[in-house]
Design a protein around this ligand. Sequence first.
Ligand code: B12
Ligand code: SF4
Length: 495
Amino acid sequence: MRVLLLSMPDSFEHMPSLAIRMPNGGLSSIAGNVDAHHRVAVADLILVQGRVREAITRLMREVEPHVVGLSIMTFQRRTAARIIGLVRAMKPDVHIVVGGYDPSLAPDAYEPLDVDYLVRGEGEVPFRELLRAIERGAGVEAICGLSHRKGNGWMHNPAGPPHRLQDGEVRLPNRGARVLRGYTLLGRQVDVVETSRGCTYDCSFCSIIEMRGRNFFTYSFERVLADIRDARDHGARTIFLVDDNIMLDVRRFEALCAAIIEAGLHRLDYFVQAMTSSIASHGETLAPLMKRAGFRYVFLGIENILESDLEFLRASAKNTARDQGKSMGNATLKAIDHLHRHQMLVVGGLIVGNPEDTRESIEANLAFARRYVDWPYIQHPTPYPRTPMTKQFREQALIENQRLEEYDGTTAVVRTQHLPAEEVEFLRWKAERWIKARHIPAVLRHDPWFVLTHAPRMLAHTFRGSSLRSALNLESDRAVFARYKAIRKAERECL
Ligand code: B12
Ligand code: SF4
């Protein structure tokens, strides 16, 4: 059978098209795990953001798929619905399958759409089994994690357990299936690699626990190294490790760094998401090893610098430094210090706009970002389906905005007890542009050609909405913010 897998084109503020375009790891993995005789094409529509309709029309004609699969996050639901309509209109008898975080956590939202199947949770095994069933005209009732139509309603098969990953059943991703070009992280081709899945924490804003429960399973190093080599052989110069929480087992992560060095794969750049507590407690030995292994950017889930906010976010434990099991206070500064001493760059993940937040508490976090982080990745709490945080925001009646296409993390959709959502967003937006601009020299040192050729466009993106009048202080920041919001609104209409 011929299969077309699509990831959605919508992106958020922290992903300027010039600088960051990453492949969807889930789809490449699914493509690597179907039976060998199927022909699969993977199209990351983020690469054709300005011409989505044309790209889908062309792909539908070229691939002539029997099955189309869509990978969807919550803020992409509206676009997904439009794409489903387009695909169905072009090929009425095609089988349409949806998967990823949004269909898994809000399956009911897909029942009214013109979709045939929905995969909840991990997709490799159910999708392989679904193709087998469609090919043979067999029933799908035994496929774990699959939802499907039955009569006038929907039937949700029981969920299967999360895959343990060690038995080799989940094969390597099929990067050769990708049909669009242009993946980049600051001018270097980027790819994503997983070394583990799952997390045992339960931060209130995160969807991972509802998605797969509290667990942590790992791939063998042999497989991880083979995956990195495959990414490199497909042209990648930067590898983003997309594990949910790679730092849960610090000893394993240290051993992984050593294995990367040993295998000679340390000449690639690495980008990883990390817990502050692990880096703070093990940084003395871990940070130099990470540096030698090629780690360049470390995304730190700082979340917030105030203890009361951390409690709301249920993120205190992962941000506490420990020495022989004893709590040594907030881990953030220590973690940043370890990373900076070994010339790694800190992407600071902060969440501002929590229920108790005042102007002062938000400003305190922004001041922290200004002072300590190299690249700000500041977001607002967003009530994604079924997270504990969503329940709390609903109970406190703080959700101001129900338009899911704006649930992209940098649009404030909830108010605090003290500030309206728009004011929260304004404060973040105003500070963040300057922190981002300050990072350009660090990029220049690493990738001079990229910066020299693209600096004006990078700055233009960062300061979107600005004008000559605003640069001359003849216009207020509020007016620039309003234009920025209008640009984002237009951008969301990618189809
Ligand atoms: C890595 C990552 C990123 C990377 C993106 C890398 C990339 N291009 O893939 C970065 C940092 C850039 C990023 C950005 C964002 N992310 Co993100 N990200 C993740 C993370 C950590 C891992 C995702 C991953 O690659 N997993 C590995 C792959 C193999 O698994 P998977 O994607 O889940 O796919 C499996 C299944 O879902 C399923 N599946 C997926 N698609 C399909 C399709 C079909 C047809 C089928 C059958 C099955 C299927 O099968 C796959 C294989 O088992 C998750 C989870 C977490 N712990 O935080 C968040 C997460 C996915 N991100 C999320 C969000 C919201 C975002 C942002 C909007 C910003 C934000 N607020 O954080 C942006 C949007 C990006 C954009 N398009 O502009 C949310 C989604 C929540 C939701 N309900 O929609 C998550 C869950 C985090 C959270 N807040 O809980 N993200
Ligand atoms: S530690 Fe990270 S992956 Fe784990 S629940 Fe918290 S935010 Fe999610």
